[in-house]
Structures are given as structure tokens and as C-alpha cells.
Design a protein around this ligand. Sequence first.
Ligand code: GTP
Ligand code: MG
Length: 468
Amino acid sequence: MTTPLFPQDTIAAIATPPGQGGIAIIRVSGPGALDVAERVFRPGRGHVRHFRGYTLHYGTLIDPHDASTLDDGLLAIFRAPRSYTGEDMAELSCHGGQAVTARVLQAALDAGARLANPGEFTLRAFLNGRMDLAQAEAVCDLIRARTEASRRLARHQLEGHLSQALQHIREELIGILAAIEVTIDFSDEVGELDYTALETRIQRTRQHIEHLLATADRGRILREGLRVTLAGRPNVGKSSLLNALLRAERAIVTSVPGTTRDVIEESAQLNGILMVLTDTAGLRETDDVVERIGVHRTRETIARSDIILFVYDATAGWTAEDHATLNSILACQEAPEWLLIRNKCDLLPDPLPRAQPDPPALPARPLHHISVSARTGEGLSDLEQALCAYARTTSPDSVVIANARHQQALQQAHNSLTHALHTTQQQLPGDFIAIDVRGALDAVGQITGETVTEEIIHRIFQDFCVGK
Ligand SMILES: Nc1nc2c(ncn2[C@@H]2O[C@H](COP(=O)(O)OP(=O)(O)OP(=O)(O)O)[C@@H](O)[C@H]2O)c(=O)[nH]1
Ligand SMILES: [Mg+2]
């Protein structure tokens, strides 16, 4: 069931994570927030309804039915519109035990509040104009951020930098629309539509959208992690390398070729960047049914990766099978970037210089060719550095598109403008062009929330945690 937009009731939820902790916070928001606070909190001094915004008070948390003491704690008051949600708000802190917290929440509900839905506080902040939709989404990203890069990215978006860039695009589009409409309405006074000038303006705005769209892949990497897949022939040491990168014995390693049959996925943080590392079944033609399924999954995984670590065995050198296997990977549509990894270097008679010549006749150039030993750890830091450098090409402190929803909406805006450009070049009447420009405007507005549907809003806030 969905709540209606612009609700008038008062909501409450536990804002701190479940479990035991030093303190817990129960948040109350809505027109009746201070009434609820008055019924469940007896201040040491003064009256709740006289408390000003941004003040903190010590007192007793009580059961509104019989005034029995539940705990002692603090009450923080925020008054509309200067609060997170833009409504009157009360935050009750108590001892962070599960029973205490549940009991204080129940007291707030008994005093007239309703249990908040996931993300409902932030939804109200959005509806009350405290933030736009892209900023509200950044709140969720910030809470979820597990790495320094994703934290910085979310903060940047929360501060409104993406919103500003989009606002700029919206203003350009509105300007274009106005220029078209004035010639429709007042052609006698302003003359005919200047198609050449219009074409230049549309092209320029479309380019701004293109610049933003070009950041989408890297943005996603910062937000969700770099998808790294280990691939190569059987027995070259892919699973050993996965374990070495994770510094944990995650995948089974044996000297039997074809050991790994399933896709193994683990996350690791390298220098503040999330890496989603995937070990795969060695690629080869096989009659073994299980291994064949493994090989099929390997190919699917490769197609979803950002970067491939193509591993070969230094003792065997670059073989015809390596060549064929790599070829088959690069042949898939949208072959990802790849690093060539020469493993088992500890077995070579002489310690090798770090940069060796490429093996003969590679089908394509890798980003790097790195010698490592999964056994001794030699060369691993070079590999890690190369991965981080790849992920870092975008700064989390720049305007980037990191969210699939935003990417889709921008793509839609881009398509509409491409269409508008065609109709302009054909010198069709202004109304025709205006339809597409308006389409682009709507699409951009979906990101910040100006033109978004209720359904999308509910879908976005569903993913939030309760209490935020
Ligand atoms: N000396 C040495 N042996 C290694 C190194 N890396 C892997 N090995 C050995 O090579 C064999 C195969 O290693 P795995 O990690 O299972 O290789 P894999 O590529 O995952 O093999 P499949 O899962 O069968 O495709 C094992 O006996 C490992 O101990 C290395 O850097 N040095
Ligand atoms: Mg393996």
C-alpha cells in the first residue's frame, strides 16, 4: 500500500540501527510532533510546547497511558520549517536497548503518531522542498556507502552539485522553448523562427547532456564498485590470485585443471574503492556437464564486467590456447577493458624485470601487462595500483551520473533532443520541435523530481531504511 503524497499525519520510527547500543533515537515528525513529545516526555524543567527549535532537554520518558517511567533521556526539538523534514520534529534519545527502544516507540505511537514507512522522513523533506529528488537519493546512497569514494560521491550529490548541473540544462531547455513559442504566438512582431540559431542552441544543450552521460560508467563504478573478473585457461592460478587479492582463502585451489566450476564473487576495498572480484571457471572446451555450465557462466560474467584480469601461466609462457581463449573473450560484443596478468613468476629461474615486452602477437593491447606471483604476493601491489588507477579516472568530487535511473532519464532527454534537431533541420513548424524539447525537459525533471510520477517517488523511497 502506498501513502498519499502530502500527508498530514505525524509519523514516528526508530532512527538508530536495530540491536544494542549506547543510545537510540526515536524520531517523530508531523504537525502533531510536539503533542506526541509532550505526552511521552516529562522535562526536568519547562513545558514541551514552549521549547524553541534547535534546543535539547533532559527529562523522563513516560507511558502516555499511566505516566509510568520508561527511561530517562533527551528531547531535541526542531520547529517547522527549519527541520530535516520541514515539519515540526521531536527526537527522543533513550538507552539503546532493544526493549527500551521498542517501548519508547510504542509510547510515541500510543500518543498519536503512526509508524513511518521506509524513507518517509526524507520523502517529506522532498515534498516540503527541503531537497530535490536527486539529493534525497543521495541521502540513501550516503547511508549505504561502504567506501570513501562512494561516500564522497554521495556527499557531492547531496550538496546539490548534480542538481545544479541539471538545473542549468533545464534553464537552457526552457530558453529554447521560449524562443520557439514566442514565434508561434507573436510571429507578426518577432518574425519567423530562426532555424539556424535554434539548431545551434539545441546542439549545445545536447552536448551538455552528452558530457554528463559520458560519466555514467565511471560514476556507477564509484557508487557500486569496480566489477573485476579473473579469466583465463584452467590452472593458471585465477583462484589463487582471487585469494591473494582478498587476503583470504575464499576459493578452492588445487593443481587439478577445472577446479573452479561456479562463479565466485567477493567484495574488497582497495584504497577506498570498492572492487567486486569474480573468479570464474577456466575457459576450455570440455565434455564435463558441470564444467560446461561453469564455462557458460564465465562468459556471462565477463560480459557484465568493467575490467578483465586475463591470467596466464609464466612457466608455460603465452600459448596458442591462451591466445584462442583471449580471442574468444574479446570477440564478445562490448568487450571490456583488460589487464594481462602473468602469474606464477616465483617459478621462473630469474627474477624478472617488472615491465616485459608483450607476448608475441596479442589480438589486442591490454591496458597493462603485469607480472605477479599469487603464491609470494610479488607484483600484487602493481596490480592493485592499476585497478585503482582505472577506477579513479573519475573523481567522486565532480559531477557524475552514478545512478541508473538518472542515466536512463538523461538518455531519454538526449533522444528527444536528437529528434528536435532533426525536425529543426527539416524546418518543420515550431510546435513540432517544441514537443520534443518539452520531452527533454520532462526527462531531466524526472531526475530532480519536478516532473516525476508518484509511482517513481514511491519506488525510490521504498529502498530507504525506516527512520530516515
Ligand atoms: N608456484 C606458484 N603456484 C601457483 C601460483 N598460483 C597458482 N599456483 C598453483 O597453480 C595451481 C592452480 O591454481 P588455481 O588457483 O586453482 O588455478 P585456477 O586458474 O583457478 O584453475 P581452475 O579453477 O582449474 O581454472 C595450484 O596448484 C596452485 O597452487 C603462483 O603464483 N605460484
Ligand atoms: Mg579456479
